[in-house]
Every structure is written in structure tokens, then in C-alpha cells.
Design a protein around this ligand. Structure first.
Ligand code: BG6
Length: 475
């Protein structure tokens, strides 16, 4: 095994799932402040229920989260103790521009992230910044229609310009959008979209996709103008699709399913809409809202590297069977009988990780950054205050081994690996706190109650060894 000497080992979080402090220091409300805990969450997340219609006593877990806003020093000291070389985090848009359309940013918000980056640098931790991890100021959604409206591209660019200028001496690696393909699966979460019954959903989604792709390309252009050394990445919710059988129809379906995700990175990496997407939109009578020099912008400002999340592979069938679907409903798939599942029904496939890494590298031949990978599990805090999360160690051990095979046996170019989420945080899909991913336990329950005490788990010390040995020691 040998990872490059400068391989960036670390972990990832997102503002909406960790920061809390939703109304502190001038922060405005975001779409994710309206994501409820409980059975209505999925309907709101998919854009099928207006969150404004939720009952008054609804609990919104992101508003409190793990209070990373006030605990960031303690949290960064802990990840430094694990030996992190990189910390992936996102910026809450409404902390910088509370409504989204202001002419001046919120100074307290700017100061906060500057302090966070300084704290990272103090420990030689490279920040990896997701400019937009799903959130959008709710004001932009309510007043302008959010990403449906081309104007949001300008608001986003203003936001990115502020970040690039303000943090140019602290941050080198930027991701324009987290899991840009998530708009197809969880549109309210990913982009703030809520649909009316008579909406043309496909056309609206096509508009939003184009606006985000243009925003990403223009942000890349802007970034290079401000600092040519910036490294800009796209970010995809990845996971290879296997055909359920060798029947050509199943194989074809797996190609179609893959294209649904790769369309986004095809544009961001290769610089143009792929023919299969142009033909598909034409067949569906959809218009890609291309304006002026959009196509040139897409062509000229492609990304430097490809980042992605990987949790599981998926199975495609020409005849999907509703009785044979995985429980993870955002990316539901046929069940793969050869794989085990997590407590939340996510199928565990380390070799699928190697397959996915290779598939992406074969497609683009560009450096890659794995920015999310991990196991959501219910941890048990023992009476003597310990968390013996051997299952999490096993998951990471197998996935890191698969990643190592991709590097050493297949020769893929990898910049780094940030596990999700290095610190327990609110689950994006379920809103639960009990779906824990971290190496660091947070004493908080699903309703926001607890001491918020941080406790290193057994996996904390295991990952510390992995980093110290540059991935050699996985025992
Ligand atoms: C990714 C997101 O989709 O998966 C994260 O980028 C999310 O925000 C992660 O938390 C794990 O999903 P979940 O639903 O278990 O939190």
C-alpha cells in the first residue's frame, strides 16, 4: 500500500448539519432551517409539501444541529488530534448574505469563517470549502423563486466572489456545489424547490440544472481571476449502477441510470452538454434555458478536479420491483442480494467503491477527491463513557483498502479522502441525530436535547493511526 506522501486525509461536515446558531450574529433563514424532523421530512425534501404549511410545533433539527458555530475551536482541536490534513466544511450562504440579495455581506458571518480557517491553519489543516452544500437563503426562494430564476446565478456569484476575495489566503480547494445531481432526488433540500400540482416539474428541473451549471462555470472563471492557484472541483453523489441481470435491457437501464448522474459532471468536466442529454430533453419537449454566451462559458471554465461522495452501489432493472427496493429512499435501488445493509438499509459495498472510483477516472482522467464516505449507525454510549464502534472501523477499513487498491493497483489519481461526517451531525435524509457517522460522538438526541459534549469514539483512535501511517496501518 502506498498513498502519495501529500495525500490529504481528513473528514467532512456541512454547515446546515453542524452549525446550528440559525439566528445568531445576523444570519438569515435558509431552506434547510425548514426541514422538519419526522414523517413529513421526505415530502418536504422532495418538494411535495410546502414547509410553511407544517404544524406550529414542528421541530427543525438543523436550527440547533451540534452547535459547531460555538464549538468550532474544540472541534478543530479534536480533528487536529486525529491528525487531519484537510477539513471539508461548507459556508452557510445566509450567514454571509442573510437574504441573498444584499449589496454588502454580513461582517459577523465573514469573521466567523475567517476564524474557522485561521484555526485550521493553526494546526496545518487545509480547509476544503463547499461553497454551497444544499442551502439557499429562504428570502431568495420566497421572493425570486430561488434557482428557478436566472437572477439567482448573479446572487450566487456575488456570494462566491465575496468568499474568494475574503479567504484567498486561507483556502485553496473549493467545491462549487455539493452533490449537484441531488436536485433530481431531493429538490427542496438541494435547491429550495417546492412544486405546485400543475407545475411542469421536468421543465423547472431543467431550468434549475442549467442555472446551477452556469453558476458553477462562472464561479470557476471568477475564482481563477482572483487567484489562479485556486483548485476548483465539481461534486457528485456517486455510486456505480450494476445491471440486475445480464439481460441487455437491464444493462441498458444501468447505463441510463448512470448517465442521469454523469450528465452533470460531463458538463462540468468536459465543458458541454452530452448528446444523450440533448436528445433526451428534445424528446421530452424540454428547453435548456441557454442564454448569450452560456455554451462558451461552460466550455471555457471546466473544473480542475472531480470530487464525489460514495456510500453504496446501486442496482438497475428494466422492470423495477417495488417490493425489492432498498430502504434508503432518496436513492432507492433494487436490493443487491450479495450485499449487507446498514441499520438504515444502505447497502455496503467496498468493492463498489473501487469500481466507482475507476469508472469516474476512466471517464474523465482527471484528479479526484473523495469527499464523503462513511457509515450511519446508532452508537451506544457505555456507562463508562465509551463508544466501541467496531462496525464503523470495519466499514472504513474495507473502504480505505478498496481506495488503496484503486490507487496502487489501478493507478487512479487521488488528492485526498474526507470521511463523512467526521463529527456526528444531523442526518440529511432523516433529520435524526441518532444516525451517526462521526469519529467524534456528540451528546445530543433527535430533539436537540443533550449536553453537546464531544467524546472521541474508538474509531477516532483507529483513524488517527491510519493517518499517522499514511494509510498503511488499517488494523
Ligand atoms: C450526502 C450529503 O448525500 O450524504 C450529506 O452530502 C449527507 O449532506 C450524507 O449527510 C449522508 O446522508 P444521510 O441522509 O445519512 O445524512
Amino acid at each position: 500500500m502506498s498513498f502519495p506522501e501529500n495525500f490529504l486525509w481528513g473528514g467532512a461536515t456541512a454547515a446546515n448539519q453542524t452549525e446550528g446558531a440559525y439566528n445568531i450574529d445576523g444570519r438569515g433563514l435558509s431552506n434547510l432551517d425548514f426541514m422538519p424532523y419526522g414523517e413529513l421530512r421526505f415530502q418536504v425534501g422532495t418538494g411535495n409539501l410546502d414547509p410553511k404549511s407544517l404544524p406550529a410545533n414542528t421541530f427543525f433539527p438543523s436550527r440547533v444541529a451540534i452547535d459547531h458555530y460555538h464549538h468550532y475551536k474544540e472541534d478543530i482541536a479534536l480533528i487536529a488530534k486525529m491528525g487531519f490534513r484537510v477539513y471539508r466544511l461548507s459556508i452557510s450562504w445566509s450567514r454571509i448574505y442573510p437574504k441573498g440579495n444584499e449589496s454588502k455581506p454580513n461582517q459577523l458571518g465573514l469573521d466567523h469563517y475567517l476564524n474557522v480557517f485561521k484555526e485550521c491553519r493553526k494546526y496545518n489543516i487545509e480547509p476544503l470549502v463547499t461553497i454551497n452544500h444544499f442551502d439557499i437563503p429562504m428570502y431568495l426562494v420566497d421572493e425570486y423563486g430561488g434557482w428557478k430564476n436566472r437572477l439567482t446565478v448573479e446572487f450566487y456569484l456575488k456570494f462566491t466572489e465575496t468568499l474568494f476575495k475574503h479567504y484567498k489566503d486561507y483556502v485553496k480547494y473549493w467545491l462549487t456545489f455539493n452533490e449537484i445531481n441531488m436536485v433530481l432526488h431531493f429538490p427542496f433540500v438541494a435547491t429550495g424547490l417546492t412544486f405546485n400540482p400543475d407545475d411542469n416539474r421536468e421543465q423547472i428541473t431543467t431550468d434549475v440544472i442549467h442555472h446551477q451549471l452556469i453558476a458553477s462555470a462562472k464561479a470557476t472563471q471568477l475564482a481563477k481571476k482572483i487567484n489562479p492557484d485556486f483548485q476548483i472541483g465539481c461534486m457528485l453523489a456517486a455510486g456505480s449502477y450494476y445491471a440486475q441481470t445480464p439481460h441487455p435491457k437491464d444493462v441498458w437501464k444501468s447505463i441510463l441510470d448512470s448517465r442521469e448522474s454523469y450528465m452533470f459532471s460531463d458538463v462540468q468536466v468536459r465543458g458541454s452538454y452530452p448528446n444523450y442529454y440533448l436528445k433526451q430533453t428534445e424528446r421530452q419537449n424540454l428547453t435548456i434555458p441557454v442564454k448569450n454566451d452560456d455554451l462558451k462559458i461552460l466550455r471555457d471554465h471546466t473544473v480542475d478536479f472531480i470530487s464525489f461522495s460514495y456510500y453504496s452501489s446501486r442496482v438497475s432493472s428494466a422492470k423495477p420491483d417495488s417490493a425489492n427496493q432498498t430502504e434508503s429512499n432518496i436513492f432507492s435501488s433494487e436490493i443487491n442480494p450479495y450485499l449487507q445493509t446498514s441499520e438504515w438499509g444502505w447497502q455496503i459495498d467496498p468493492l463498489g467503491f473501487r469500481i466507482t472510483i475507476n469508472e469516474i477516472y476512466d471517464r474523465y482522467n482527471k484528479p479526484m477527491f473523495i469527499v464523503e464516505n462513511g457509515l450511519g449507525a446508532n452508537d451506544n454510549l457505555t456507562e463508562d463513557g465509551k463508544i466501541n464502534d467496531d462496525y464503523r472501523i470495519k466499514y472504513h477499513k474495507e473502504h480505505i483498502k478498496a481506495m488503496s487498491d484503486a490507487v496502487t493497483l489501478d493507478g487512479v489519481e487521488l488528492i485526498g479522502y474526507t470521511s463523512w461526517a467526521c463529527i456526528d451531525s444531523i442526518s440529511n435524509g432523516t433529520g435524526e441525530m441518532t444516525k451517526r457517522y462521526g469519529f467524534i460522538y456528540i451528546d445530543r438526541d433527535d430533539y436537540g436535547k443533550g449536553t453537546f459534549r464531544r467524546i472521541p469514539k474508538k474509531s477516532f483512535y483507529w483513524y488517527q493511526e491510519v493517518i499517522k501511517s499514511n494509510g498503511e496501518n488499517l488494523k
